[in-house]
Design a binder for this molecule. Sequence first.
Ligand code: ATP
Length: 218
Amino acid sequence: MTAPIGILGGTFDPIHYGHLRLAEEMLELANLRQIRFIPTGTPPHRATPQVSAQHRSAMVLLAIADQPAFMLDEREVNRTTPCYTVDTLRELRVDLGTTQPLCLLMGGDAFLQLHTWHEWEQLFELAHIVIGYRPGFTIDERIHSATEDLQQHYQQRLCTADDLSRHPSGGIAELAIPKLEISATDIRRRVVKNRTIRYLLPNAVANYIHQHHLYKPC
Ligand code: ATP
């Protein structure tokens, strides 16, 4: 059995303690040996990030500096074409081999929209999916709002965190993780209004934002 590697994709515009706590809890609860933070380059699902990929990567690097199990993976920011998760996982499979368990980490809301992702059913061939849900807001109670295909995958693939290291891919595990009320959108708005962002994200990231005048209107 090999301990799984977690994959946490996001715009990280900027990275904050909501992301870092999610990753830290998942590292522990799913017995992951590493989490790769993969900032997205050109995200297909959402608006273009406000600051360059280089700045967003630099902020991730500062934020994870003191956790040796966290790693910055820049494969998506170096692409100019739309980044689909399925392609990123295919690349990771080539790099890490076919037997290494991989876990795609996401929140419950993202999971319920999984059927909208490019080649979404292929994701299960490439990785497990590990869902962080807010205690009291289980996926089981909300899965009826998903498409029938997604409901079927959910029911057939549900497994425990311990099962994740037994197979390279294909399982769905759920972890109860309190969600901090922090969002990158709120942090960007605060910067525009000259309001404090201290304690919402690591000091090193806050300093970087101020030094480089990020998120300020030109
Ligand atoms: P925005 O406010 O710009 O939408 P965000 O922080 O919600 O930013 P991403 O940077 O793309 O968005 O988030 C990456 C991942 O982290 C997503 O899976 C998202 O669900 C999760 N995430 C974001 N904020 C939190 C939080 N406060 N607690 C737990 N998970 C979070």
